[in-house]
Design a protein around this ligand. Structure first.
Ligand SMILES: [Zn+2]
Length: 175
């Protein structure tokens, strides 16, 4: 073994980790791992979500994320810049939406950080409007947060007709 090989073998490697990401993604130490997260069904219309298996403190790095850049928005993409979108079909696509999220995505740094304490068993959720100017599909939110907006849009768009109807219904039911 030459010196260069020896040096690289002293660093943590993909082989030491149970990264959620496949080999095509260049390995990084803080990528999400199966020992920290599990993909499970929510048993509600939100479908599958990601549950933490360990505790995270507020501000703590939950995972460094990685994926594929595309020109299209889909239900599973996050906006990097107006024309560019990020798709991570292994981890981020299972992040749920919440109007009172427990993680925040920094799309410039490709980081997910805890916004409050996350306990083992908690689903990971971020606010979809924090990354999207225009969301692929607006939807009614039932996240249960007291500050739930009721209808989720991108940050630069207005609710569509269905959203306006739902929001006015919600307002009436609160009166
Ligand atoms: Zn909500």
């Amino acid at each position: 073994m030459n010196d260069a090989d020896k040096q690289s073998s002293d660093r943590p490697t993909k082989e030491d980790s149970d990264s959620i990401y496949p080999d095509l993604i260049p390995w990084e130490k803080d990528h999400p791992t199966f020992s920290h997260f599990e993909v499970v069904g929510t048993e509600d219309p939100r479908g599958r979500g990601l549950r933490a298996r360990v505790i995270f403190q507020p501000g703590q790095l939950v995972a460094r994320i990685s994926g594929i850049i595309t020109n299209r928005t889909t239900l599973d993409t996050m906006q990097v810049s107006p024309p560019l979108h990020f798709m991570d079909p292994w981890f981020c696509r299972f992040l749920l939406h919440s109007c009172n999220p427990n993680i925040a995505i920094d799309i410039d740094l490709l980081e997910a950080r805890a916004t409050r304490v996350i306990h083992p068993g908690d689903y990971l959720a971020f606010d979809y409007a924090t990354t999207e100017d225009f969301i692929a599909r607006q939807f009614a939110c039932h996240c249960g947060a007291p500050q739930c907006r009721g209808w989720i849009t991108g940050r630069r768009e207005k609710p569509n007709e269905e959203g306006l109807a739902i929001l006015s219904q919600n307002r009436k039911s609160r009166l």
